[in-house]
Design a protein around this ligand. Sequence first.
Ligand code: PLP
Length: 408
Amino acid sequence: MSGGFDVERVRKDFPILRQRIHGKPLAFLDSAASAQKPTPVIEAMSRFYESDYANIHRGVYELAERATLAFEGAREKVRRFLNAGEAREIVFVRGTTEAINLVAQAWGREHVATGDEILITHMEHHSNIVPWQLLCQEKRAELRVAPVDDRGALRMDQFEKLFSPRTKIVAVTHVSNALGTVNPVREIVRLAHERGVPVLVDGAQAVPHGRVDVRALDCDFYAFSGHKVFGPSGIGVLYGKAGILERMPPYQGGGEMILSVSFEETAYKGIPYRFEAGTPDIAGAVGLGAAIDYVTALDAGAVAAHERELLDHATDRLSKVAGLRFIGTAPQRIAVVSFVLDGVHPHDVGTILDREGVAVRAGHHCAQPLMDRFGIPATVRASFALYNTKADVDALVAGLHKVREVFG
Ligand code: PLP
């Protein structure tokens, strides 16, 4: 137990962590890719399927009523989680990727024209690059990219210089998945709003590590995925300010999003339903609601202190491994360490670590332009969550010594 946070108690909530992998205790260090699920999330979803399941918003019978209440209840939990002003500002989507595509298409098609500019950063995940590229190709607009420094921090001086009268939107990650860098989002929003430019924040890596307040950030859009915040995959959230969402046309057409349809004319529902065509991941929303209940019941300060300790411990121990070079040492970081080992391909590192029960990510982390920036094809990334321990870090370090024995 450290700083009032009982990690052993938390670990009991995650049944998957109890197993051994190749005969070794599992050290799961890939939560940035997808986090494991606590029992309350697993149980909430099976309970929902066992007793309350039906399609939503349509039926007049008891089960449909219960399912609709559960789905809309989850929307309200998300609203509170993000401190949004109204539940109708919360759009359920498949995940961060779909949320960004929704904005790029529904908002972008109306607001971006030939010669306009979209401002992103060099540390974006592909899902905050490619949707904007598609829009730029369609509209003959320009994607402008703010650079990062050698530590992996955003060059704010350069960022500010990249605004022009043609800048139509800023899309920026709150936290880098590949490096752990935390961006000064409040400042970015202030700079953009001074110029009348809206801001989309990719919050996929931020929500698992601390409280996010969209009203304090004052961002126009905020996107995150359920599966990274201990909820199920297949469900995620787009927050948008009501005033902006209301003026956006639909993203996809289908059932659930219409008021009336004829072959001549279709009238759409208000927000958020206009953006939720088709049957959504109903149980996924229920699971996400349970995940939000789970994380918000924990002491956020104690979780942050625990993760900070893990990061410090990992940084200290890893810096003693021969030939290890950290990629990403920005002063503001969450508990992610990315590194390369001299003379060993990251995939080989990952494979040997797996034999030791240590699960890490090896690759470009869907951030190829960022890898290019550092002149490498890939890194090994260990990412920590609230259920990790110093023993997990020590297993990683011991595994890296084995890698050194194999590769010299
Ligand atoms: N943005 C960031 C920063 C991410 O880390 C990820 C996933 O790794 C995504 C977006 C995409 O999330 P999803 O695959 O859940 O849509």
